[in-house]
Ligand binder design. Sequence first.
Ligand code: PXP
Length: 246
Amino acid sequence: MNVHNPSRLRLGVNIDHVATIRNARGGMHPDPARAAQIVAQAGGDGITVHLREDRRHIRDEDLFRVFEATGLPINLEMAATDEMLEIALRHAPHAACIVPERREERTTEGGLDAAGQHNRLAPIVARLTDAGIRVSLFIAPEPRQIEAAMKLGAPVVEFHTGEYAHAEGEQVQHELRRIVDMAALAAKNGIEPHAGHGLTYDNVQPIAAIPQLAELNIGHYLIGEAIFCGLDASVKKMRALMDEVR
Ligand code: PXP
């Protein structure tokens, strides 16, 4: 995504919850492909979609239309399963972000245990990489997970910012510090760090100011805000807040 300007922090917009609203009634409205077009016009740098095992939001038939809707790079979030690998290879997104997934969770509740699952992840990372898909691992900001990403040869890690986003009081600085330190560690070891989960207008700036971070992926809050002010305005405001601290 926008790889030519290293100082620009890219904004990937996760449009899953446009599909969540669409699915509440069936039919075609609101259309995630139309959302992707608005994101592109509003200054988003990429589109993120998570095809979950239970297809609770984005569905297989959405993928092609969303991929074709804009010229923006697509980041496909996927569980490390044979089914998702096959789908990723068929659609060849710009990037694939491997996430942990349990059917009963409401969202992706924790990072991937890249350290504990090396043998399961290694062939998946290799197949995606061989197909020219940039692999990212959605991990907690911990040294052992960065080491695991290095062993797996993943060029990108995305730090799960949920603990930072949900922290209160003094804990906020503690959680921020972990992400600051791990972004530096990842970059020092040649891994491009990204971040996402639970980011809002109120908490994005300390994260956006971390100089090594190259991309933020933000979904639920932007789609929620879009109900009140429109998707174009919510993306533009997030973009402006990110740009203010760079
Ligand atoms: N990044 C990853 C890997 C995710 O799984 C999610 C949630 O789908 C996000 C970013 C976006 O999180 P949120 O919807 O809370 O902004």
